[in-house]
Each structure stands twice: as C-alpha cells, then as structure tokens.
Design a protein around this ligand. Structure first.
Ligand SMILES: N[C@@H](CCC[C@H](N)C(=O)O)C(=O)O
Length: 281
C-alpha cells in the first residue's frame, strides 16, 4: 500500500491515494497505520477518493471532484479536519490531481464542501461558518474550566484558562471530562489564553487541544477556527484576524464579515510503501 506522510503545523496524517474507491479501509487498519511505534504514526488518515466513488463523498460533493475521507487515529470518522483539508489540497496539487493556479479548489468533506486557496507554503481554506451555541464546562483533574460549544461541522468546546494558570501546566495525557449529554458523539476540547499583540492580527490567542479520537495533538485547524470565532465574539468584533498559536505553530483565522478562512502551512514530507499485513503482526 503506497502512502504519503504530511502535516499542517505538526498535525500529521497518513495520506492514502484511492481515486477509484478500491481500498478496503477499516478502523483497525487506520489505528494500525497511525500507531507511532508499530505503524507509520499519525494523528489521522486522509483517504483521497473521487467523490463519486465513495458513498459518503457522493452525498457531500457539490462541485468537488475529490472527497476527503478523514479518519481519527483511533479509527473513528470525523466530519471535518481543518489541517487535513490543507494537507489534502497540497497532496492533490503535488500529484497533478488539481490545478494550483485555477479557482479555489473545492474539497468535499462530511461537513460539506470547503474551498482551498493553494500557496506555498501557506494554504488557506474557506471553512464552514462556526456556530457558537451553548455554555458548558470541561474538567482536567480537579480543575473545572467554563467553556462554550462551537459547531465547526465537527464538535468543539473552547475553554478559557484564567488566573495566570500556564497552558503548559494542564495535564492532557488523559481526555478532559465533558458533558456527554451535550456532546453524545464526543468533542474536541480547546484550552486558551490571550497572547500578547502580534503584527497583522486583531487578536492573538494561544491554545492546546485534546482531540476526539486522537488525544492531544500539536495543532487542530477546526479547533483554531472555533477559538477564533469565540475570541471575536467575546471582543464584540464583527470581523477580524485572529492569530492562533499552538504547540505546532501558528494558524490564522480570518472573518471578513461574510466568510471564515483558516490559513497555515501544509507540508508533504515522505512517500513510501507499507505492508498492511505487517502492521498487525
Ligand atoms: N485535527 C483536525 C480535526 C480532526 C477531527 C477531530 N479529531 C474530530 O474528531 O472531530 C483539524 O485540524 O481540524
């Protein structure tokens, strides 16, 4: 099985080209590929398949020829992956499957069609509008953090960390506690503090994330979008640019009053061949 490895600000993916939908991908195989000791190692898998060749893709395709079939490291599906879309677009262009100089590139996801603008090294994606919809809390050990639920196509809970508590002091080795009635399918939990002003941005946030299905990751694009949406809302801004710093680097969220954009680097680092049978030995 041929694969490509790529990442966006350290959120890393095994990319499997499967244009005609011939690959029998299972949760067990995804988990084995993502295993950092016995497999290739990644936060998730991106299967690159023609929308028309995948039952899920066909239902979400619109004008998008390609469907991002995204799987978390534990073998579960997710509706959206903001870093994944940018890496997916990089893969399409690098492999001659899409024209970098053309119109914004439509990509079908389980949360609908998003549009990528491909630069080097930055790829920007016009994302589905985030919806801030409920107050909730997350717990880490004995600490409880108030937060807000945000729907970015996939579920997020954005929690502010206050009282001078350093983000780095949170123990995110285990999943934070959350309200399972509000998030029956699980949730990605973001912890944020306000950063010092940075040039070119109206706001600057720092965040760490514990991802549903993947544990703590170095970056989460849809999580950054959720954080940007909450930051602008809390500041009473109807548009603006939010720089979001994560352990893996900086993402930029821009709301121009009509559209939401997520921007950051997307890099392919390796190609190779893996023997699926060897993964389970
Ligand atoms: N890292 C991704 C989000 C991946 C999906 C998430 N773990 C979920 O289950 O919703 C991103 O960059 O958005």
């Amino acid at each position: 099985m041929l694969f490509t490895k790529g990442h966006g600000t350290g959120n890393d993916f095994v990319i499997l080209g499967d244009p005609d939908g011939a690959l029998a991908l299972t949760p067990a195989l995804v988990a084995a590929l993502c295993d950092r000791h016995r497999g290739i190692g990644a936060d998730g898998v991106l299967r690159v398949v023609r929308s028309a060749k995948d039952p899920d893709g066909a239902g979400h395709a619109g004008d998008a020829e390609w469907f991002m079939d995204y799987w978390n490291a534990d073998g579960s599906f997710a509706e959206m992956c903001g870093n994944g879309v940018r890496v997916f677009a990089r893969y399409l262009v690098a492999n001659g499957l899409a024209d970098p100089g053309g119109e914004d590139l439509p990509v079908a996801t389980r949360a609908g069609v998003v549009r990528a603008r491909v630069g080097d090294p930055i790829i920007s994606v016009q994302m589905r509008a985030p919806e801030v919809y409920a107050a909730s809390t997350a717990t880490v050990g004995q600490l409880t953090f108030p937060g807000v639920a945000v729907d970015c196509g996939n579920p997020h809970l954005v929690c502010g960390v206050h009282d001078g508590l350093p983000l780095g002091s949170l123990d995110l080795h285990a999943a934070p506690g959350y309200d399972t009635a509000l998030f029956p399918g699980g949730v990605n939990v973001e912890f944020t503090t306000v950063g010092d002003p940075v040039e070119g941005a109206d706001m600057h946030m720092r965040m760490r994330v514990y991802e549903r299905g993947s544990a703590e990751t170095l970056s989460c694009g849809s999580g950054a979008l959720a954080v940007g949406a909450v930051a602008l809302r809390d500041a009473g801004l109807r548009a603006g640019v939010v720089a979001v710093d994560l352990p893996g680097g900086r993402l930029t969220v821009t709301y121009d009053g009509a559209s939401w954009w997520l921007a950051g680097p997307a890099v392919l680092v390796a190609t190779g061949e893996v023997d699926p049978a060897a993964l389970t030995r």
